[in-house]
Design a protein around this ligand. Structure first.
Ligand SMILES: [Mg+2]
Length: 213
């Protein structure tokens, strides 16, 4: 079993519950972890996350990004999701489900700019970045191990840390053998996720789940 601490980048013994180097429980484990190179990266609740970042008073409030009463939900934070709100829901229904939500009008110019910053960081690691939308992209890190002195998994975890530190938003990573399975994986462990779909479909994608913090 291979392991990686997503917080400090070390490779702890896979049987240990927490990272011996930094104490973090955010250790991802998978027997193919360091051999896989195709990733799908998806920012978590992207529009809502950018709004929360820029308006700290919203941090602990359910936030819905979208048009007011006649519109639909363009994005919502995880607090709003816990009340049953989801993207593309009519706004009046969303506010029925979560009346205390703060509705923020979308600022696409701002989201595009942040999306470009994330993209630029990806492109520093490989030219093989295939954007799917403003906040998600595939990355092929095949052959980059000697360049970055790190496995693709470790490079991706470092990228997630950099995005968090420099842009104050989070993303989720799916790592696999191909784009289709990588995209499925990125959705399995959101938010701040890291899930692996290896060649062996019987291996769980979220080995970390076997060791709850
Ligand atoms: Mg997203």
């Amino acid at each position: 079993m291979e392991a990686l601490c997503r917080d400090c980048g070390s490779r702890p013994d896979a049987v240990l519950k927490a990272c011996p180097a930094c104490g973090s429980s955010r250790v991802v484990r998978h027997r193919e972890l360091h051999g896989l190179a195709i990733a799908h990266l998806d920012c978590d609740a992207f529009y809502a996350a950018v709004e929360k970042r820029d308006r700290p008073e919203l941090r602990d409030r359910p936030v819905i990004v979208g048009g007011h009463h006649r519109g639909v939900v363009a994005a919502c934070c995880y607090l709003a999701r816990a009340s049953g709100v989801h993207s593309a829901m009519p706004m009046f229904k969303a506010l029925e489900a979560c009346p205390e939500a703060v509705v923020v009008r979308p600022d696409m110019k701002k989201y595009t700019a942040v999306g470009r910053e994330v993209r630029a960081m990806m492109l520093e690691l490989t030219p093989l970045v295939e954007p799917l939308s403003i906040d998600e992209a595939f990355m092929d890190l095949s052959g980059t191990e000697s360049l970055h002195c790190a496995s693709p998994a470790a490079t991706l975890a470092a990228l997630a840390r950099r995005v968090e530190t420099e842009l104050a938003i989070t993303l989720s990573i799916g790592l696999s053998t191909n784009k289709f399975l990588a995209k499925i994986a990125s959705d399995l462990d959101k938010p701040r996720g890291f899930a692996v779909n290896g060649h062996d479909a019987r291996a769980p994608a979220r080995d970390v789940a076997a060791f709850p913090p």
